[in-house]
Design a protein around this ligand. Sequence first.
Ligand code: AMP
Ligand code: MG
Length: 304
Amino acid sequence: MIAPSDIADAVAALRAGLLVILPTETVYGLAADAVDPRAVAALYAAKGRPSFNPLIAHVANLAGAEAIAHFDDRARALAKAFWPGPLTIVLPAKDGAVSDLARAGLDTVAVRVPSHPLAHAVLAAFAGPVAAPSANRSGRPSPTRYQDAVEETGRACAAALDGGACAVGLESTVVSVLSEVAILRPGAVTRAQIEAVVGPLAEAAEDGHRSPGRLTRHYAPSAPVRLDAERAEPGEVFLGFGPGAADLNLSPSGDLAEAAANLFTFLRQADLRAPTAIAVAPIPEHGLGEAINDRLRRAAGFVG
Ligand code: AMP
Ligand code: MG
Protein backbone atom coordinates (compact mmCIF):
# COMPACT_ATOMS: atom_id res chain seq x y z
CA MET A 1 0.00 0.00 0.00
CA ILE A 2 1.42 3.38 -0.99
CA ALA A 3 2.14 5.69 1.96
CA PRO A 4 0.71 9.20 1.88
CA SER A 5 3.15 11.56 0.17
CA ASP A 6 3.78 15.27 0.57
CA ILE A 7 3.29 18.03 -1.97
CA ALA A 8 6.92 18.05 -3.10
CA ASP A 9 6.81 14.29 -3.82
CA ALA A 10 3.62 14.72 -5.80
CA VAL A 11 5.06 17.55 -7.91
CA ALA A 12 8.28 15.61 -8.52
CA ALA A 13 6.28 12.58 -9.64
CA LEU A 14 4.23 14.67 -12.09
CA ARG A 15 7.42 16.23 -13.49
CA ALA A 16 8.83 12.72 -13.99
CA GLY A 17 5.77 11.71 -16.04
CA LEU A 18 4.39 9.52 -13.23
CA LEU A 19 0.88 9.26 -11.77
CA VAL A 20 -0.39 10.81 -8.54
CA ILE A 21 -3.55 10.36 -6.45
CA LEU A 22 -4.75 13.95 -6.07
CA PRO A 23 -7.64 15.04 -3.84
CA THR A 24 -9.99 17.67 -5.21
CA GLU A 25 -13.19 19.07 -3.74
CA THR A 26 -15.26 17.00 -6.21
CA VAL A 27 -13.70 13.50 -6.14
CA TYR A 28 -10.20 12.03 -5.89
CA GLY A 29 -8.36 12.37 -9.17
CA LEU A 30 -5.70 10.26 -10.85
CA ALA A 31 -3.31 12.96 -12.01
CA ALA A 32 -0.73 13.15 -14.80
CA ASP A 33 1.13 15.88 -16.69
CA ALA A 34 -1.43 16.77 -19.38
CA VAL A 35 1.31 17.88 -21.77
CA ASP A 36 3.14 14.53 -21.70
CA PRO A 37 1.39 11.95 -23.91
CA ARG A 38 3.27 9.05 -22.29
CA ALA A 39 2.06 10.10 -18.86
CA VAL A 40 -1.51 10.46 -20.18
CA ALA A 41 -1.31 7.02 -21.83
CA ALA A 42 -0.21 5.54 -18.50
CA LEU A 43 -3.21 7.24 -16.90
CA TYR A 44 -5.70 5.69 -19.33
CA ALA A 45 -4.01 2.31 -18.81
CA ALA A 46 -4.23 2.61 -15.01
CA LYS A 47 -7.95 3.41 -15.22
CA GLY A 48 -8.50 0.57 -17.68
CA ARG A 49 -10.53 2.94 -19.85
CA PRO A 50 -12.12 1.16 -22.79
CA SER A 51 -11.78 4.32 -24.84
CA PHE A 52 -9.95 7.64 -24.72
CA ASN A 53 -12.44 10.10 -23.28
CA PRO A 54 -11.18 13.67 -23.27
CA LEU A 55 -9.79 14.62 -19.85
CA ILE A 56 -10.12 17.78 -17.79
CA ALA A 57 -6.95 19.90 -17.57
CA HIS A 58 -6.62 21.21 -14.02
CA VAL A 59 -4.71 24.44 -13.45
CA ALA A 60 -3.96 26.68 -10.46
CA ASN A 61 -5.65 29.87 -11.65
CA LEU A 62 -7.18 31.81 -14.55
CA ALA A 63 -3.75 32.72 -15.94
CA GLY A 64 -2.89 29.01 -16.12
CA ALA A 65 -6.18 28.36 -17.88
CA GLU A 66 -5.63 31.17 -20.39
CA ALA A 67 -2.27 29.61 -21.26
CA ILE A 68 -4.03 26.55 -22.69
CA ALA A 69 -7.45 27.77 -23.87
CA HIS A 70 -8.97 30.72 -25.74
CA PHE A 71 -11.27 32.62 -23.34
CA ASP A 72 -13.96 35.06 -24.37
CA ASP A 73 -15.97 37.39 -22.11
CA ARG A 74 -18.57 34.70 -21.31
CA ALA A 75 -15.89 32.19 -20.27
CA ARG A 76 -14.08 34.81 -18.19
CA ALA A 77 -17.32 35.74 -16.42
CA LEU A 78 -17.94 32.07 -15.57
CA ALA A 79 -14.36 31.65 -14.36
CA LYS A 80 -14.63 34.72 -12.14
CA ALA A 81 -17.94 33.51 -10.69
CA PHE A 82 -17.09 29.85 -10.02
CA TRP A 83 -13.30 29.40 -9.84
CA PRO A 84 -11.75 27.98 -7.84
CA GLY A 85 -14.57 25.45 -7.74
CA PRO A 86 -16.49 22.61 -9.39
CA LEU A 87 -17.12 24.11 -12.83
CA THR A 88 -15.31 22.76 -15.91
CA ILE A 89 -15.30 24.98 -19.00
CA VAL A 90 -14.81 23.53 -22.50
CA LEU A 91 -13.10 26.06 -24.79
CA PRO A 92 -11.10 26.17 -28.02
CA ALA A 93 -7.65 24.77 -27.20
CA LYS A 94 -4.42 26.64 -27.81
CA ASP A 95 -2.17 24.63 -30.12
CA GLY A 96 0.11 22.16 -28.37
CA ALA A 97 -0.74 23.41 -24.86
CA VAL A 98 -2.20 20.04 -23.84
CA SER A 99 -1.33 16.70 -25.49
CA ASP A 100 -3.62 15.48 -28.27
CA LEU A 101 -4.19 12.32 -26.24
CA ALA A 102 -5.53 14.21 -23.20
CA ARG A 103 -7.96 16.00 -25.54
CA ALA A 104 -8.78 12.72 -27.35
CA GLY A 105 -7.87 14.52 -30.56
CA LEU A 106 -10.48 17.27 -30.13
CA ASP A 107 -9.63 20.89 -30.88
CA THR A 108 -11.31 21.94 -27.62
CA VAL A 109 -10.00 21.55 -24.09
CA ALA A 110 -11.86 21.20 -20.77
CA VAL A 111 -10.30 23.34 -18.01
CA ARG A 112 -10.95 23.70 -14.30
CA VAL A 113 -9.40 25.41 -11.28
CA PRO A 114 -10.06 23.20 -8.22
CA SER A 115 -10.47 24.73 -4.79
CA HIS A 116 -9.07 21.91 -2.66
CA PRO A 117 -6.00 23.33 -0.88
CA LEU A 118 -3.79 20.29 -1.65
CA ALA A 119 -4.80 20.27 -5.32
CA HIS A 120 -4.17 24.00 -5.45
CA ALA A 121 -0.73 23.66 -3.86
CA VAL A 122 0.32 20.93 -6.30
CA LEU A 123 -0.98 22.80 -9.35
CA ALA A 124 0.65 26.07 -8.27
CA ALA A 125 4.02 24.36 -7.78
CA PHE A 126 3.76 22.24 -10.94
CA ALA A 127 2.77 25.31 -12.95
CA GLY A 128 1.29 23.40 -15.88
CA PRO A 129 -1.96 21.63 -16.82
CA VAL A 130 -2.67 18.35 -15.00
CA ALA A 131 -5.12 15.79 -16.37
CA ALA A 132 -7.01 14.26 -13.46
CA PRO A 133 -10.04 12.06 -14.17
CA SER A 134 -11.61 10.34 -11.17
CA ALA A 135 -9.18 7.88 -9.58
CA ASN A 136 -11.48 4.85 -9.92
CA ARG A 137 -10.90 2.10 -12.42
CA SER A 138 -13.22 2.35 -15.41
CA GLY A 139 -16.84 1.43 -14.74
CA ARG A 140 -16.58 1.85 -10.96
CA PRO A 141 -17.80 4.70 -8.78
CA SER A 142 -15.64 7.76 -8.29
CA PRO A 143 -13.66 7.65 -5.01
CA THR A 144 -14.40 10.40 -2.53
CA ARG A 145 -12.11 9.10 0.25
CA TYR A 146 -8.34 8.64 0.22
CA GLN A 147 -8.51 4.95 1.06
CA ASP A 148 -10.93 4.23 -1.80
CA ALA A 149 -8.76 6.10 -4.29
CA VAL A 150 -5.64 4.19 -3.23
CA GLU A 151 -7.50 0.89 -3.47
CA GLU A 152 -8.65 1.71 -7.00
CA THR A 153 -5.53 2.96 -8.73
CA GLY A 154 -2.89 3.54 -6.03
CA ARG A 155 -0.78 0.66 -7.36
CA ALA A 156 -0.15 2.63 -10.56
CA CYS A 157 0.92 5.79 -8.68
CA ALA A 158 4.27 7.14 -7.59
CA ALA A 159 2.67 9.44 -5.02
CA ALA A 160 -0.68 9.84 -3.26
CA LEU A 161 -1.96 12.82 -1.28
CA ASP A 162 -4.41 12.33 1.58
CA GLY A 163 -6.81 15.27 1.51
CA GLY A 164 -9.53 13.79 3.65
CA ALA A 165 -13.06 13.22 2.43
CA CYS A 166 -14.04 15.25 -0.66
CA ALA A 167 -16.23 18.21 0.24
CA VAL A 168 -18.40 18.09 -2.88
CA GLY A 169 -18.21 14.39 -3.73
CA LEU A 170 -19.99 14.99 -7.01
CA GLU A 171 -18.24 15.64 -10.30
CA SER A 172 -17.87 19.13 -11.69
CA THR A 173 -20.47 20.62 -14.00
CA VAL A 174 -19.09 20.61 -17.56
CA VAL A 175 -20.17 23.62 -19.61
CA SER A 176 -19.05 24.35 -23.16
CA VAL A 177 -18.48 27.96 -24.15
CA LEU A 178 -18.19 27.73 -27.92
CA SER A 179 -20.66 29.27 -30.37
CA GLU A 180 -23.23 28.76 -27.59
CA VAL A 181 -23.02 28.09 -23.88
CA ALA A 182 -24.41 24.63 -23.02
CA ILE A 183 -24.24 22.19 -20.12
CA LEU A 184 -22.56 18.96 -21.28
CA ARG A 185 -22.67 17.28 -17.88
CA PRO A 186 -24.76 18.38 -14.90
CA GLY A 187 -22.74 18.57 -11.70
CA ALA A 188 -22.01 20.51 -8.58
CA VAL A 189 -22.79 23.95 -10.06
CA THR A 190 -26.45 24.26 -11.07
CA ARG A 191 -27.98 25.47 -14.32
CA ALA A 192 -29.63 28.37 -12.44
CA GLN A 193 -26.26 29.46 -11.02
CA ILE A 194 -24.72 29.42 -14.50
CA GLU A 195 -27.68 31.21 -16.11
CA ALA A 196 -27.39 33.93 -13.47
CA VAL A 197 -23.97 34.74 -14.98
CA VAL A 198 -24.36 34.17 -18.73
CA GLY A 199 -28.12 34.23 -19.31
CA PRO A 200 -30.33 31.44 -20.71
CA LEU A 201 -28.38 28.36 -21.86
CA ALA A 202 -28.66 26.53 -25.15
CA GLU A 203 -29.95 22.97 -25.05
CA ALA A 204 -27.02 20.56 -25.26
CA ALA A 205 -27.32 18.20 -28.21
CA GLU A 206 -29.21 14.99 -27.44
CA ASP A 207 -27.43 12.59 -25.09
CA GLY A 208 -25.17 15.41 -24.00
CA HIS A 209 -26.17 15.05 -20.38
CA ARG A 210 -25.38 11.35 -20.37
CA SER A 211 -22.01 11.08 -22.08
CA PRO A 212 -20.55 14.41 -23.11
CA GLY A 213 -17.35 12.78 -24.35
CA ARG A 214 -19.35 11.06 -27.07
CA LEU A 215 -21.25 14.20 -27.97
CA THR A 216 -18.40 16.05 -29.57
CA ARG A 217 -16.96 14.65 -32.75
CA HIS A 218 -13.77 12.77 -32.08
CA TYR A 219 -10.86 13.50 -34.32
CA ALA A 220 -11.38 12.03 -37.75
CA PRO A 221 -8.74 12.66 -40.42
CA SER A 222 -9.90 13.90 -43.81
CA ALA A 223 -8.06 11.03 -45.52
CA PRO A 224 -9.80 7.64 -45.37
CA VAL A 225 -8.36 5.26 -42.80
CA ARG A 226 -7.64 1.63 -43.77
CA LEU A 227 -7.23 -0.72 -40.80
CA ASP A 228 -5.25 -3.96 -40.37
CA ALA A 229 -3.00 -3.08 -43.31
CA GLU A 230 0.15 -5.12 -43.93
CA ARG A 231 1.75 -2.40 -46.07
CA ALA A 232 0.90 0.86 -47.87
CA GLU A 233 -0.53 0.95 -51.38
CA PRO A 234 0.86 3.70 -53.67
CA GLY A 235 -0.33 7.10 -52.43
CA GLU A 236 -1.03 5.88 -48.91
CA VAL A 237 0.81 6.79 -45.73
CA PHE A 238 1.65 3.74 -43.62
CA LEU A 239 1.22 3.99 -39.86
CA GLY A 240 3.21 1.08 -38.48
CA PHE A 241 3.23 -0.76 -35.16
CA GLY A 242 6.13 -2.98 -34.15
CA PRO A 243 9.27 -3.72 -36.18
CA GLY A 244 9.29 -3.12 -39.95
CA ALA A 245 9.25 -0.27 -42.44
CA ALA A 246 6.67 2.47 -41.90
CA ASP A 247 6.20 6.14 -42.77
CA LEU A 248 5.32 6.80 -39.14
CA ASN A 249 5.64 4.10 -36.49
CA LEU A 250 3.27 4.24 -33.50
CA SER A 251 5.77 2.11 -31.57
CA PRO A 252 8.70 0.32 -33.23
CA SER A 253 9.04 -1.88 -30.13
CA GLY A 254 5.32 -2.75 -30.09
CA ASP A 255 4.62 -0.89 -26.83
CA LEU A 256 0.89 -0.05 -26.58
CA ALA A 257 1.42 2.86 -24.15
CA GLU A 258 3.85 4.45 -26.61
CA ALA A 259 1.39 3.84 -29.46
CA ALA A 260 -1.43 5.47 -27.49
CA ALA A 261 0.78 8.46 -26.77
CA ASN A 262 1.56 8.87 -30.48
CA LEU A 263 -1.86 7.99 -31.92
CA PHE A 264 -3.65 11.31 -32.36
CA THR A 265 -0.49 13.21 -33.22
CA PHE A 266 0.57 10.71 -35.90
CA LEU A 267 -2.93 10.53 -37.43
CA ARG A 268 -2.79 14.30 -37.72
CA GLN A 269 0.73 14.22 -39.23
CA ALA A 270 -0.25 11.49 -41.69
CA ASP A 271 -3.32 13.48 -42.73
CA LEU A 272 -1.18 16.57 -43.41
CA ARG A 273 0.57 14.62 -46.21
CA ALA A 274 -2.83 14.44 -48.00
CA PRO A 275 -2.53 10.71 -48.78
CA THR A 276 -5.12 8.69 -50.70
CA ALA A 277 -5.56 6.82 -47.41
CA ILE A 278 -3.89 6.28 -44.05
CA ALA A 279 -3.06 2.56 -43.83
CA VAL A 280 -2.69 1.37 -40.25
CA ALA A 281 -0.92 -1.81 -39.17
CA PRO A 282 -2.87 -4.27 -37.00
CA ILE A 283 -2.85 -3.30 -33.30
CA PRO A 284 -3.36 -6.05 -30.71
CA GLU A 285 -6.73 -5.82 -28.97
CA HIS A 286 -5.49 -6.31 -25.37
CA GLY A 287 -4.78 -3.62 -22.75
CA LEU A 288 -4.60 -0.12 -24.21
CA GLY A 289 -4.97 -1.75 -27.65
CA GLU A 290 -8.74 -1.89 -27.12
CA ALA A 291 -8.93 1.89 -26.75
CA ILE A 292 -6.50 2.48 -29.62
CA ASN A 293 -8.58 0.24 -31.90
CA ASP A 294 -11.79 1.92 -30.72
CA ARG A 295 -10.39 5.29 -31.74
CA LEU A 296 -9.01 3.93 -35.04
CA ARG A 297 -12.39 2.40 -35.91
CA ARG A 298 -14.02 5.76 -35.15
CA ALA A 299 -11.47 7.50 -37.36
CA ALA A 300 -12.22 4.92 -40.09
CA GLY A 301 -15.92 5.72 -39.79
CA PHE A 302 -17.03 2.34 -38.44
CA VAL A 303 -18.38 3.79 -35.18
CA GLY A 304 -20.57 6.88 -34.93
P1 AMP B 1 -13.97 13.16 -15.53
O1 AMP B 1 -12.60 13.72 -15.64
O2 AMP B 1 -13.99 11.67 -15.36
O3 AMP B 1 -14.77 13.88 -14.50
O4 AMP B 1 -14.70 13.40 -16.91
C1 AMP B 1 -14.42 14.53 -17.69
C2 AMP B 1 -15.67 14.97 -18.37
O5 AMP B 1 -15.40 16.10 -19.18
C3 AMP B 1 -16.21 13.88 -19.29
O6 AMP B 1 -17.59 13.85 -19.21
C4 AMP B 1 -15.72 14.34 -20.65
O7 AMP B 1 -16.50 13.81 -21.67
C5 AMP B 1 -15.81 15.85 -20.52
N1 AMP B 1 -14.90 16.56 -21.43
C6 AMP B 1 -13.56 16.67 -21.29
N2 AMP B 1 -13.03 17.37 -22.33
C7 AMP B 1 -14.06 17.68 -23.14
C8 AMP B 1 -14.15 18.37 -24.38
N3 AMP B 1 -13.06 18.89 -24.99
N4 AMP B 1 -15.37 18.50 -24.94
C9 AMP B 1 -16.47 17.98 -24.33
N5 AMP B 1 -16.44 17.31 -23.15
C10 AMP B 1 -15.25 17.16 -22.57
MG1 MG C 1 -15.31 9.38 -13.37
